[in-house]
Each structure stands twice: as C-alpha cells, then as structure tokens.
Design a protein around this ligand. Sequence first.
Ligand SMILES: Cc1cc2nc3c(=O)[nH]c(=O)nc-3n(C[C@H](O)[C@H](O)[C@H](O)COP(=O)(O)OP(=O)(O)OC[C@H]3O[C@@H](n4cnc5c(N)ncnc54)[C@H](O)[C@@H]3O)c2cc1C
Length: 476
Amino acid sequence: MTQQPTGAARVLILGGSLAGTLAAAALAPHAAEVLLVERDKALPDSAAPRPRLPQAAHAHMLWAGGADAIESLLPGMTDTWLKAGAHRIPIPNGMVSFSPAGWYRRWTETHYLIGASRDLIDWGVRTAVLALPNVSVRTGITVTALMGTASKVTGVRVRDENYAESELTADLVIDATGRDSKAPEWLTAIGAPDVPETVVDAGVRYASRRYRAPEGAESDWPVIHIQADPREGRPGQVVSIISIEDGQWHVSLSGTRGGEPSADGDLFEDFARGVRHPLAAEFLARAEPVSDVVVYGRTANRQRRFEKVAMPAGFVVVGDAATSLNPVYGHGMSAAALGAVALRDTAARVSVTAPRFAAQAQKAVARPAAAAWLLAVGQDRFYPGAIGKAPNFADKVAARYVHRLSHTAIGNFLVVKALTDVMTMKKPATVLGHPDVLLAAARGLRRPLLDGPQLTPAEQSILDREPRRAAEPTNL
Ligand SMILES: Cc1cc2nc3c(=O)[nH]c(=O)nc-3n(C[C@H](O)[C@H](O)[C@H](O)COP(=O)(O)OP(=O)(O)OC[C@H]3O[C@@H](n4cnc5c(N)ncnc54)[C@H](O)[C@@H]3O)c2cc1C
C-alpha cells in the first residue's frame, strides 16, 4: 500500500540518478511535493543507457547491504529486478574469488548480490519512484547555483535546453548531482564555509565489455573475481565477470596507475590473462564478445565533509556528490542506498522543514559513506603512484590485520562471514574487531589453503570446451 505523504514541504532533488531517486523515495512520505531535476534530456522508460550515466557501461555489483536498503525504501524492488532478468547471486558460494590470500572457499550462503546491468537497476528504482503520487521529474534542466544565504538555502537557479534561466524554490534541496557536483562552489557563492575535501587517487582506469555467456552459463553463474594485491608493490589489476540480464556477462577490467587496461578490443582478454590468475581469461575465451570495449578513468576516492561545517539549513548533499569511491570495491550504489535510508530515518524524527533537519541528515548520510571510504582508501593508498596522504603506521597495521583476516577467511567460516558482512555493507567494519573474530585471526586457518578455484562440474565443463580463441596454455 502506498504511504500517504505527510507535511507541506516542497523538496527539490538535484540529479535523477540512483542517489537522487532513492532520496525521493526516502522523502516522499514526508513532503507534499518532491521534484527531481535532471540535466539529461530524458530518463529512459526501459533499462536503456543514457548519456549522463557513462559508468553504466561498466559492471556494477549491488551488494546485499545496498539491495536490502533499496528494498526497504521501495518494497518489491528485488522482485521487479529479478522479473526483468537480474540474478540473485548467493555469497560466498556464488563467488569464485582469488584474493591476495588465495582462493576463497565457496562456503554456504550467508549473503547475496544482485547481478544486473546498472541500467536495469536504475530503471527499476526510477519507475517505482516516479509512480509515487507526489514525485515528479523535469529533465533537460541543469542546476547552476543555489539561492539563499549562508544560513538558509531557499532553492536553485536552473538553465533549460534553450539556455533559458529560471529559479526553483523549495523548503529542502538535496544535491545528488554525483561526482561532478559543484556544491562546494555553490556554497561559497552564497557565503557558506569551505568544505574540507580529501582525495586518494590510485589512478584506476576501467575497461568493460559485454559477452554472450556460453551455453549453459547464462544464469546460476558465479561472479568470477580476480583481485589485486596491494602488498605486491606493483599496479593493482582486477578482472570481474558478473552475470546480468539477457544471458550476458558484464566484464570489467581495471588497473591502477601504471597498469591500466587498454581500449583496444584485441588486448582485452590479454589483460585478463595477465592478472594474478588467468581463470577469468579462460572463461572469456569460451564466451562471445557482444559489445565494444568502453573505458572510464574518473575513479578517484573523494570525500567532502559537509557534515563537518556549518551548512545552511535546507541543503543536504548525498551519494557521489558527497563521497565518491574507487568503484573497484563496488560500494557506491550501496552507500547511496544506505544514505537514503538514513535520510528517511532522520525525516521520521525531525520535520524536513525544521532548521536542524539538514545538519542531522548530513551527519546520518555521512556514516555509511565513511564506512565505504575506509574500505577503499585502506587499500588504494598502497598502490604505486597513489595520490593523497601516504599510509601511516595505523593504516599499515589495519592493512596487515585485514590481510590476516582474508588469509584466515580461507579456512574459517566465522571470519569469512564477518568479512562478507562488511564487504556487502550489511554491517559496519567494527564487526572485524569483535573478540571472536580477533581470536579466530590469532588462531589462523582451520582448513588448508586451496591450490586452485573450487568449480562445480557445470562450471568446469565450460572450461573443458574448445576456446574460441587460441591462447597460451595455462595450468588451472
Ligand atoms: C566504472 C564504475 C564502476 C562502478 N561500479 C560500481 C559497482 O560495482 N557497485 C556500486 O555500488 N557502485 C559502482 N560504481 C559507483 C556508482 O556508479 C555511483 O556510486 C553511483 O552512480 C552514484 O550515484 P549518484 O546518483 O550519486 O551519482 P550519478 O549516478 O553520477 O548521477 C548524478 C546525476 O546528476 C545529474 N546531474 C549532474 N549535474 C547536474 C546539474 N548541474 N543539474 C542537474 N542534474 C545534474 C547527472 O546527469 C546524473 O544523472 C561504479 C562507478 C564507476 C565510475
């Protein structure tokens, strides 16, 4: 049953992508009217690409923490995705993962992730949000400035596709304009304080392509994930294969500074073969590429601490606009979803028109983003040529502990469960400091390391087929 909106507030949301639409879902029950403004000409009414979401050409993992958060904001969303062809992939058994510590065991399911294209995920959310009676969208509108003063934002200035300028007023403005958000400049222009910003940039570049999955591997297929090892002192290179809709695999390669993948399609599988293990390349050699290679390089971790300064009332920044993350860890969408839940919970306690709403909401939104931030920069600082503060003693101790946990996780269910809680954003990283986990890490492995990936007979049977493309022999 649709919840009846309460309150008389007009909420303006800048940016109609995932953080913006989820913020609309979070605030719609607490406002009379929610208006999304999006600079893209149109938002597709199917799971189709759009120009202002270039990252959708790259594999997007939606971990359980994020998926559950979206489900709590928009009940029934998981079913919508699954009916449209997404996969619910159990974790850790649905993951063949080569970590810095070795091959993970495929323990029984404790968590899951959603395997789908980013376009499908956004389409599901967007359709449900725009069906809410008090939510609407205007496309082709670019926000150019905030209106108001250092103590209260009252709306925004916008420009339409014909370069006509106008003003939109609101009781509450939410900035969800993503990585390129101009919020710090906009705030400066109305006299608000500077926002502290930290950047950690490992120089990660992505190259992605879709493949038609081999016959028999179109669904019920694990994520294949060959991770980098920041301790090796060389660029970190990663390959992920994720099963998405239409019997396709979405394949993303990534490399940190000095080890970036190329846009050349002929080199795509060579890169996959050159990472720490060739398993992913072996699977790709038995699948058919169905798209060109697309590259993307704006992947720095950037944290803007809006919650640390005296922000004007009536203005909150969410999603990538506040914290953008190196995508390799797959946490951006989940952090945005958990941020939207925090927004909803704040609105349930404090009226969205109250002067203190913005400060409280900004603090609440920052918490899940900070958790994801620590996971990303805790590794990225160690890659050669990383820009940003070098790892200090505490960072090095934390990194050693995380490695010890990854090593122990290979032979200890309790530890793999705790690590998966954190990786899927179901629980904060503090669970890794629980006495049982500390003790398990001290004791070490309970079972031996694996000398190769654990594959089911069906998965192995794909590798037993003739490769499409002749490759150097490799020992799997
Ligand atoms: C290569 C890559 C791979 C990724 N993989 C994953 C993954 O596996 N898992 C995961 O969880 N996350 C992943 N992410 C992160 C994820 O894409 C982002 O965290 C997510 O898109 C953030 O959503 P957002 O709504 O904050 O910003 P965006 O999705 O960037 O959307 C911002 C929106 O604001 C609009 N806009 C911008 N400026 C204006 C303006 N002035 N006026 C009006 N509208 C404006 C834009 O057109 C756009 O629609 C990946 C990112 C990249 C780059």
